[in-house]
Design a protein around this ligand. Sequence first.
Ligand SMILES: Cc1cc2nc3c(=O)[nH]c(=O)nc-3n(C[C@H](O)[C@H](O)[C@H](O)COP(=O)(O)OP(=O)(O)OC[C@H]3O[C@@H](n4cnc5c(N)ncnc54)[C@H](O)[C@@H]3O)c2cc1C
Length: 443
Amino acid sequence: EEKPSAIVVGAGLAGLSAAYELQQQGVEVTVLEAQTRIGGRVHTLYNAFDQWQYAEAGGELLDGAEVHPQIHAYVEQFDLGLEEVGYDSDTAYFIDGQRVPESELENLIGAKAMADYDRFWEELAELAQYVPDPAKLHQAPNAAELDQQSVAQWLDGLELAPKARTLAEHHIRGEYAEPSRLSLLFLAHQAKVYEDVEDDQVEIYRVAGGNTRLVDALSRQLKKPVLLDHPVTEIHHNEQGVDVVAAGKVFRADYAIVTVPAKVLNHIRFTPALAAPLDRAQALSYGSHTKVMLQYKQRFWLNANLNGDTVADLPLGWTWEATDQQAGDAGILTVYTSGRFADGDRFKTEAELINSARDQVAQVYPGADQLFLHGETQAWLRLPWQQGGYSAYGPGDVTRYWQAFRQPQGRLIWAGEHTADRYVGYLEGAIRSGQRAARVITR
Ligand SMILES: Cc1cc2nc3c(=O)[nH]c(=O)nc-3n(C[C@H](O)[C@H](O)[C@H](O)COP(=O)(O)OP(=O)(O)OC[C@H]3O[C@@H](n4cnc5c(N)ncnc54)[C@H](O)[C@@H]3O)c2cc1C
């Protein structure tokens, strides 16, 4: 029996995983990538900083092997190794112009706000009860009603003390999106997926030497190298197969696996045209997230007995150290700005983004700016092949898009982080979506 052939559009983690799994099953696969590099939202910046230090401009942290098994399996299979992140010292909280270590947070915000903040975490975990099966999120009881509600409305109902509300919003914004633009059903989905996971299993590893090593390892397995600088502009599809147009050439195969982010899906012209709701895929909500990576001559946070993690009520939101497992006196602090504080970043220059991040870090850590060496930014919102951070389904989006992105349309199969059954918005989700897409062809 003859094996089918496939074209994979996009060489991010989803596309590379799909291509690798297809090849393992003997399927002939061609990968077309718009950019001049592979990896998409996995992008380690190796040559930008002093002292050979590097930082992740995109997807960075992995959970434990029981939570994110597929990415761990690849790391093991390709013998890449992991680095465990972080220090034992405290996270810094900066609220109303004052900085304290986490152990003193209650002194800063008061007992009432502290109790309310704890209650927020409990209520968040409780949301899991609304989702019997994460993969069939759109079929949860009361799905449509929960999906219409925003997380901001849910927070209103919790009646948190103001400082607890600030911290709660801050978490939602940094992890997903602005609470007013996040579906309560989607948040419940995330709560379900993380229902039985201990905190110490979350966001604890990077791939040793940088996450780009993982995408490189996958692509090296491919007998046919990824075709870079091949933006797909048209896909013609019928019951027999697909014709995919890229860089003025036509590629023909039995199936196309399309992994491009929803925000840019409609840059491809489909014939016949995509039916609703995918004809308006760009309306799927994505969180805005900007990373500014600031290298300093010394790791001043360690001198203050802090680990480099900062939670601040400033626009910057969070910081953490990118270089905790790297040699050198210098250190890179990643400044992570999200939600409404990052929306405007697409209109700012690199220098403006770097200067603003430097100013804010100096507010939290006085004197820090004298140690500044170099800054890099990646505002994913303005990258033409991305136009967003990662998907964070907004009010109504689950009802509209969940099912459509998770079932093939004839010879077209959707993949990518935004189509995952679990771990939507994560590296693990991207891999799983690619593996599932491959199984549609090989099962
Ligand atoms: C700032 C940031 C921080 C993150 N932090 C974490 C984290 O700590 N932990 C975690 O697990 N996840 C994190 N993520 C999420 C993770 O990076 C993504 O979920 C994952 O990398 C997405 O992979 P993908 O293959 O679905 O999409 P992508 O990596 O976006 O791949 C899609 C590919 O398609 C290409 N493409 C687009 N249009 C076309 C076209 N017309 N023709 C051909 N190619 C096209 C793109 O160039 C791209 O290479 C983060 C993401 C961001 C942006």
